[in-house]
Design a protein around this ligand. Structure first.
Ligand SMILES: [Zn+2]
Ligand SMILES: [Zn+2]
Length: 375
């Protein structure tokens, strides 16, 4: 008998597999108890939605899974039909050549193979060989009590449970094992469960359409978002204060004085692609110089965040109570834009008009292999 079956049998096998998975999951999930009607309704809605996506993803995987199963069975059938039985097998007791009387699909070292059984016409112990020629050696099971190879096995079936009873003829020890197989559904049960947990092909196609229109919507939303971001970026660059060197000096003197520095003066500015400016200030306090460096750096960064000026990297240094602080100012629009981009990345600036948390209010659903965001 071949393994390959009608496609409808594979469909039933797949759907049964899915139904059991859903039923197991349902068993594992705890029913939410809530007095709040609204909350309960939302939860029910979310659960239904998630179920729908899960069903859709299972349907998506159905075709390829069934093809894989059929391919495997086809391959096994081919292997089974074409495998060559080893010849020249002799009885280990009387030396007669043995006759092959049975073959069965089997695995050899993790690979599919066929096992051939040989019997002796004089009823001596038979032998078994794989198609590759290796002999199958059955391991005798030993009594757990006395360790002898003296077990007699009996098996019996009770509904869906298979019971095997091993009795030791040497010491009388008895072991019994029961295997519960999953109950199969009746046709009626299966059809009603299938209607609940499996999408029909028509519903599956609808699911795919829905996914692709969701994808379109997401793209559209991204385009709108991009445009809004660009506009916000222009507005932000526009809002950056362009401060002249004299204005800048004045505001820095004030900031430094407020922070308890004195004798504040500047070197002459160095005019390059940008304007470089060096400030000197005496620390009027006796506080730890490293702490002073940290706090003045923070103050200056904050003060300059919305301007065309920046503190140079490692721009603050000190020696014996005198602080030296180096700045760069920009009057080139490209430089100002770069400045804004860096400050955005560092979180020193924010795009205007973006309400925080808008992203987080989307519903994220885990569905099958990926997660889908419902806008
Ligand atoms: Zn023999
Ligand atoms: Zn025993």
């Amino acid at each position: 008998m071949g393994r390959l079956k009608e496609p409808s049998e594979y469909e039933r096998q797949y759907d049964t597999f899915i139904i059991k998975r859903f039923l197991d999951r349902k068993k594992a999930s705890t029913e939410s108890v809530s007095d709040d009607e609204k909350e309960k309704a939302l939860r029910d809605f979310t659960r239904e939605l998630m179920l729908y996506f899960d069903k859709g993803e299972e349907w998506k995987a159905k075709r390829s899974t069934i093809e894989k199963w059929m391919d495997r069975d086809r391959r096994l059938d081919e292997l089974y039909n074409n495998a060559q039985a080893p010849v020249g097998i002799y009885c280990t007791t009387c030396g007669d050549e043995l006759e092959m009387n049975l073959k069965t699909p089997a695995e050899k070292d993790g690979k599919d193979d066929v096992l051939f059984f040989y019997r002796c016409s004089k009823k001596h112990r038979g032998r078994a060989f794989y198609s590759v020629g290796a002999e199958y050696i059955s391991k005798p099971s030993l009594c757990v009590e006395c360790g002898e190879d003296t077990l007699v096995s009996e098996s019996g079936r009770d509904n869906d449970a298979l019971t095997i009873i091993d009795t030791c003829t040497a010491c009388g020890h008895v072991d019994s094992f029961t295997f519960d197989s999953d109950p199969e559904f009746t046709d009626e049960e299966f059809e009603s469960l299938r209607a609940k947990y499996c999408l029909s092909d028509e519903e599956g196609e609808q699911y795919l359409d829905m996914l692709s229109s969701m994808e379109d919507m997401k793209k559209l939303q991204e385009q709108i978002q991009d445009r809004e971001d660009t506009q916000a970026m222009y507005a932000l660059i526009e809002s950056i204060q362009r401060i002249s060197v004299p204005q800048f000096k004045e505001s820095m003197v004030k900031l430094m004085e407020d922070a308890a520095f004195s004798n504040i003066h500047f070197d002459d500015p160095v005019m390059k692609g940008d304007v470089q400016l060096k400030l000197y200030a005496d620390d009027s306090t006796t506080a730890n110089a490293y702490d002073r460096e940290k706090s003045i750096t923070k103050l200056i960064r904050k003060e300059l965040a919305h301007t065309n000026w920046k503190l140079m990297n490692d721009g603050v240094s000190f020696r014996m109570g005198v602080f030296t602080i180096r700045f760069r100012g920009f009057d080139n629009e490209d430089d100002v834009k770069k400045l804004v981009e860096i400050r955005l990345k560092r979180g020193e600036l924010e795009l205007p008009g973006l309400s925080a948390g808008a992203e987080a209010s989307n519903v994220t659903l885990a569905a099958g292999d990926g997660s889908i965001v419902i806008p």
